[in-house]
Design a protein around this ligand. Structure first.
Ligand code: ATP
Ligand code: MG
Length: 252
C-alpha cells in the first residue's frame, strides 16, 4: 500500500430495496483496489454490477455501507470536512454521460468559465488558459457559444476533459469514456487520454464494458461480478483469466 494513492479498502454498499422496505440489496461486497499515479486500473463487469456506484463512493458522492476510501492517506468518510474537501479536490470524474454532466442551460463557454472564475485570474489570463486547454483536447473556440446538446458525444467528452485539466487533479475516474463514440473518435480519445496521463502523471480508474479497450489501456485489471471482485491482476494475467472464463461463458 502506498500513502500517495487512492485506496479502496473493503468497501461494501447496500441500498434499501424500497421506500417502506426493511430489506437491503447488497450491491458491492468487500471491494478493494488501489489507484496510483501514472498507472491505469481498468474496472470491468456486467451492467448494473455497481461500477458507477463504486466510482461515486470514491468521489465522496455516495457513502459506503462499510469500508474506507483513503486519498493520499486521508480517510474521506471519517476526516474533518476541511481535510476531506482538500483530498477530494485531488480526484475528478468524467461521468458516463458527459452531456448530462454539463449544465444544459449553459453554453460551453459559461461552463468552462464557471471553473476558471474560481481561480482568481485576470480576464486575459482566463481567456488564454481556456483557449490553450481547448486546443490541448482538440477543440476550438467555435464550440464556445453552443449548448451541450448542440455538440457531438466526442466533443462533450473533450469538454469534460478540458474541465478536468483546468483543476489539475492527481487522479481521474473515467466512466465509460468512449461508449457513445464511433471507432475513429474512440481511438482519438484514447490517444488523448494516454497523452494527458503522461503529461500530468494522472492515476486513472477506467470503467468500461469493452474488454479490448480495458486490455489496451490498463496496467491492472479488476473484474466485478455479482457485487464482488472475481479477478484482480496485471493485464497479461487477465488475458489468461478471460480465455478460461470465455469457455464458461463470461460476459460483460
Ligand atoms: N440510489 C440508488 N438506490 C437504489 N439502487 C441503486 C441506486 N443507485 C444505483 N442503484 C442500483 O445499484 C446497481 C448498480 O448500479 P450502477 O449504476 O453502479 O451499475 P453499473 O455497473 O455502473 O452499470 P452500467 O454498466 O450499466 O453503467 C443497479 O442495480 C442500480 O439499480
Ligand atoms: Mg455505470
Amino acid at each position: 500500500m502506498l500513502l500517495i494513492s487512492v485506496i479502496v479498502d473493503c468497501v461494501s454498499k447496500s441500498y434499501s430495496s424500497g421506500l417502506f422496505s426493511k430489506r437491503y440489496d447488497k450491491i458491492l461486497s468487500d471491494i478493494s483496489l488501489e489507484i496510483t499515479k501514472r498507472k491505469t486500473v481498468g474496472l470491468i463487469g456486467p451492467s448494473g454490477v455497481g461500477k458507477t456506484t463504486l466510482a461515486k463512493i470514491i468521489m465522496g458522492l455516495e457513502n459506503p455501507t462499510s469500508g474506507k476510501i483513503l486519498i493520499d492517506g486521508t480517510d474521506i468518510w471519517n476526516a474533518p470536512s476541511e481535510e476531506r474537501d482538500t483530498s477530494l479536490k485531488k480526484i475528478k470524474m468524467v461521468f458516463q454521460d458527459s452531456q448530462g454532466s454539463l449544465n444544459p442551460k449553459k453554453t460551453i463557454k459559461q461552463s468552462l468559465y464557471d471553473t476558471v472564475n474560481l481561480m482568481g485570474l485576470d480576464a486575459s489570463t482566463r481567456e488564454s488558459l481556456v483557449l490553450e486547454l481547448l486546443d490541448r483536447v482538440g477543440l476550438s473556440s467555435d464550440i464556445f457559444c453552443r449548448y451541450p446538446h448542440q455538440i457531438s458525444g466526442g466533443q462533450n467528452q473533450r469538454v469534460a476533459l478540458a474541465r478536468i485539466l483546468l483543476v489539475k487533479p492527481e487522479y481521474v475516474i473515467l466512466d465509460e469514456p468512449t461508449s457513445a463514440l464511433d471507432i475513429a473518435v474512440q481511438a482519438q480519445i484514447l490517444e488523448l487520454l494516454n497523452n494527458l496521463q503522461k503529461e500530468n502523471n494522472f492515476g486513472y480508474l477506467l470503467i468500461s464494458h469493452n474488454i479490448p479497450l480495458i486490455d489496451f489501456m490498463s496496467d491492472e485489471i479488476v473484474v466485478l461480478d455479482k457485487g464482488s471482485i472475481i479477478f484482480r491482476g496485471e493485464t497479461k494475467e487477465f488475458t489468461e483469466f478471460n480465455s478460461l472464463k470465455n469457455k464458461n461463458s463470461f460476459k460483460v
